[in-house]
Design a protein around this ligand. Structure first.
Ligand SMILES: NC(=O)c1ccc[n+]([C@@H]2O[C@H](COP(=O)([O-])OP(=O)(O)OC[C@H]3O[C@@H](n4cnc5c(N)ncnc54)[C@H](O)[C@@H]3O)[C@@H](O)[C@H]2O)c1
Length: 256
């Protein structure tokens, strides 16, 4: 069987890193993309994947650049042979503040990474997969905030609703090419994104955001490896009938 190749954005840490390690266990070679300042972390992830016997390349790239995303896909194909799976995971939370205090600069920055970045990844991945003519899997990072607006998270909520919308459009348009498009919609996952400086005095990781959102202090957080497990399922042949979904993985914070 031909080795499949994935490109994962935001691969240096957190959920992206966990996805890379899990996909390597599935026998997949991986292009690891993150911003240039994360090169050292990317190298560490690459070493771990090499130890699992899989090939990698490192792409120090900002997903807000359309040209760089396009070039990254070309480099992936050149170095690893194809692009079969795109995981548009990179994202930022932006400022936590009431809508009345959100600046347009902050709003646009979050959309640039979380929406435009995902759009570029979906578009150019599908273009490459269409050329290869053997289908593919595209997966994006939505959020619990793609299902229900979270107060004080204006730019983030807007961006994640947009990812859910892009995922639905792409699923329908790319279906004739045998490409499925889905997103994961996590609640609060144990990564640097769910940590706030005030966590320590509130009792630990995630307590600051829980307090802001009125969530119970004893609510358990998800693990990056659990999101990675969902992605590992979505890329299996058996998941071919699942498309256009933003799959909640949130301990029951939302019900579709
Ligand atoms: N952690 C959570 O609770 C949670 C919940 C719901 C959704 N998510 C989503 O999951 C995804 C991964 O989040 P995480 O928790 O691992 O966060 P994280 O902050 O630990 O990791 C995000 C990674 O994305 C990279 N990145 C940011 N901007 C980039 C850009 N412009 N170009 C390339 N790479 C960029 C960062 O450098 C970082 O390595 C994000 O899209 C996030 O919104 C996370």
């Amino acid at each position: 069987m031909t080795t499949r190749v994935a490109l994962v954005t935001g691969a240096a840490q957190g959920i992206g890193e966990a996805i890379c390690l899990r996909l390597a266990d599935e026998g997949i070679d991986i292009a690891l993309l993150d911003i240039p300042s994360k090169q050292e972390q990317l190298a560490t992830v690459a070493d771990q994947i090499a130890a699992k016997g899989r090939k990698t390349i490192i792409l120090p790239v900002d997903v807000t650049s359309e040209q760089e995303v396009k070039t990254s896909i070309a480099k992936t194909v050149e170095a690893l042979g194809s692009l079969d799976i795109m995981v548009a995971n990179a994202g930022i939370m932006g400022p936590i503040s009431p809508m009345l205090e959100v600046s347009i600069e902050d709003f646009r920055r979050v959309q640039a990474v979380n929406v435009e970045g995902v759009f570029f990844c979906y578009k150019y991945a599908a273009q490459q997969m269409n050329q290869q003519g053997r289908g593919g899997r595209i997966i994006g990072a939505a959020s619990v905030a793609a299902k229900r607006g979270a107060p004080r998270f204006t730019p983030y909520t807007a961006s994640k609703f947009a990812v859910r919308g892009l995922t639905q459009v792409a699923a329908q348009e790319f279906a004739p090419h045998n490409i499925t498009v889905n997103a994961y919609a996590p609640g609060m996952v144990m990564t640097s994104m769910s940590a706030l400086p005030e966590d320590e005095k509130l009792g630990g990781h995630g307590q600051g955001i829980k307090k802001l959102l009125g969530l119970p202090a004893d609510m358990v957080l998800g693990k990056p490896s659990e999101v990675a497990e969902l992605v590992a399922f979505l890329i299996k042949p058996e998941a071919q009938y699942i498309t256009g979904q933003s799959v909640s993985i949130d301990g029951g914070m939302n019900f579709d």
